[in-house]
Design a protein around this ligand. Structure first.
Ligand code: ZN
Ligand code: ZN
Length: 406
């Protein structure tokens, strides 16, 4: 018995030494923090076009945004975007003020350089226009460098937000421009002309901003009439402007949905359970030429908070492409006399259908079935629905009759 005890004691001692000898690392990584974690947003092919996800209105610290251009690019990649435009304010570069102050002790005399907003926002003491006083292409260049370095396949569009008096004129994004400072003019319409001279387009941003109406001001009516405006934001962040769809359809303007984000998008969108507000661009390829062409031909939809807005035709085509509809039984139902269809949503966006009083929530990558009996004429019903989370002209939901896939 004593011998057994002794043997056990020796074994226990040996084990203790083995435990003590286990190599203890200096660092234990609990997860791989360098791993990309892009959210893939799966959208259908619509009438031969790919659906690209774009945000055409974003701010960085080069105006009054909270993030750097490189953070914006990384964020866009994580958020599942294909196209991004950085659109810092042309007239106001608020963070420059802080930087100039911070640099003051190193200036001769320790004084901060005076900061001026460009143009009509605030003139210099002598009443003259200070114009552009720093490199407005810097944010784009920094973002582009970072894109290449990280290998994010995002199409970066050069842009700028022309931000003039909200009550009379408003804010407008210049997109697809070549040289940002060169578009500047104290006269807003002249700035728009400069955008067009560079091959760019002009989008009317958040048309109700500080006006409480989306109706055109006198000045805006003139600018539209002169053909200086090519598109309008039908959505800015969470604000949907239903009346802008009619304007876009009647005046041949492209419809844009954008975040206009100044903060990180994570807390504003992802954490609430939907994707960031975006424009879905229907284009053959993700090049500047093809995307600009899609915008000029008005092949876009807007997405915001799980809802889709735009022209009826493209909404219905999108729904038809998103949903795989099949006739799965010709003698189903309780009395074996119904047609049963399966509806499979092959996209990342929920499609909410209504048939009479019944709502069918087609969640991403799920299938539901729906049955149709004979009507008074002895004909079978077809899978016809109102799409509750889609909006077209005059605040209406589109109707869809699903094409039968084989
Ligand atoms: Zn604005
Ligand atoms: Zn903005």
């Amino acid at each position: 018995m004593k011998r057994i005890t002794l043997t056990l004691a020796i074994i226990a001692f040996g084990c203790a030494i083995a435990v003590a000898q286990k190599k203890v690392p200096d660092v234990h990584n609990t997860f791989n923090e360098h791993k990309y974690r892009r959210t893939e947003i799966i959208l259908p092919q619509v009438k031969g076009y790919n659906c690209y996800k774009a945000d055409f209105h974003v701010h960085t610290i080069y105006s009054d945004g909270e993030l750097t251009p490189r953070q914006r690019v990384r964020e866009a990649w994580y958020d599942g975007l294909d196209i991004l435009a950085l659109t810092d304010h042309l007239e106001a570069r608020n963070y420059e003020k802080f930087m100039l102050k911070a640099l003051a002790p190193h200036n001769p005399g320790g004084k901060a350089h005076k900061y001026y907003h460009a143009g009509s926002v605030r003139l210099m003491e002598d009443g003259t226009d200070p114009g552009i006083r720093s490199d407005h292409n810097a944010a784009f260049n920094e973002a582009m460098q970072h894109l290449k370095k990280e290998g994010y396949p995002i199409l970066l569009i050069k842009g700028s937000e022309i931000s003039r008096a909200p009550q009379t004129q408003g804010h407008f994004n210049a997109l697809f421009i070549k040289d940002i400072p060169a578009i500047y003019n104290i006269d807003t319409k002249e700035t728009f002309r400069n955008v067009h001279k560079q091959g760019g387009i002009v989008i009317h941003n958040h048309p109700a901003y500080r006006r409480n109406t989306t109706e055109k001001s006198e000045w805006q009516a003139e600018a539209y009439k002169e053909g200086l405006i090519d598109g309008v934001e039908i959505v800015n962040g969470s604000a949907f402007y239903p009346k802008m769809i009619r304007r876009a359809v009647e005046e041949n303007l492209v419809m844009i949905g954008a975040t206009d984000t100044h903060r990180p998008t994570s807390g504003q969108y992802k954490d609430l359970g939907f994707f960031r507000t975006m424009t879905i661009v229907l284009a053959k390829e993700c090049t500047e030429k093809a995307v600009k062409d899609a915008l000029l031909k008005r092949r876009t939809l807007a997405y915001s908070g799980g809802e889709l807005m735009g022209e009826e035709k493209w909404l219905v085509e999108f729904a038809n492409a998103a949903v795989d509809c099949r006739l799965v039984s010709e003698n189903g139902g309780k009395k074996n006399d119904s047609h049963i269809y399966s509806l499979t949503n092959n996209t990342s966006i929920t499609i909410r259908l209504r048939r009479g009083k019944t709502i069918y929530e087609l969640e991403p990558f799920r299938t539901t079935t729906v049955s149709y009996g004979k009507n008074k004429n002895g004909e079978y019903g077809r899978p016809t629905f109102t799409i509750e989370n889609m909006w077209h002209i005059d605040y209406q939901h589109p109707k869809v009759v699903f094409e039968i896939d084989k």
